[in-house]
Design a protein around this ligand. Structure first.
Ligand SMILES: [Zn+2]
Ligand SMILES: [Zn+2]
Length: 146
């Protein structure tokens, strides 16, 4: 277990966050939405209870699909947050943590149907297609086709 509270923020410092709870889980998403949203091959994300999660500064949110919206810093552009509609948790990009080394992957890979072919996953955590993992299954009707 890493240091509590879990703290982090965007590159320019305009947005900071703090969680008194550890992440419920840390997962890696390979879906196309995450790839485009973050300009990267995949997105390591920690899921925190919204109760006890505090944000300073004002993130800009946009709706990335019918299922979720994503928050970023409008000054430096750093992506930070992802929330499913009506969820009591908030996803936070592990790269924005102050101490990302302390919070390794704990759960699974999602969006595996879009994994970049030349990237080899270096672990044996379970791999799920979008809509088939325990988290997105409930949003399956809202998710766009891969
Ligand atoms: Zn910023
Ligand atoms: Zn994704």
């Amino acid at each position: 277990m890493g240091t509590l509270p879990v703290t982090g923020g965007c590159l320019c410092g305009a947005i900071r966050y703090e969680s008194t709870s550890p992440p419920n889980w840390v997962g890696v998403c390979h879906c196309r939405i995450c790839q485009r949203a973050y300009g990267n091959l995949f997105a390591p994300m920690g899921s925190f209870p919204q109760a006890g999660f505090r944000i300073t500064g004002v993130p800009t949110y946009y709706r990335s699909s019918k299922a979720a919206e994503r928050g970023f810093c409008r000054i430096c552009g750093s992506p930070l947050f992802m929330r499913y509609t009506g969820s009591k948790t908030i996803g936070v990009l592990v790269g924005t943590f102050d101490r990302p080394n302390e919070w390794p992957l704990t759960l699974c890979h999602t969006g595996i149907e879009s994994k970049i072919s030349w990237y080899a996953i270096p672990d044996n955590f379970p791999r799920f297609k979008t809509g088939e993992d325990p988290f997105t299954a409930q949003y399956k009707d809202l998710l766009p086709d891969a």
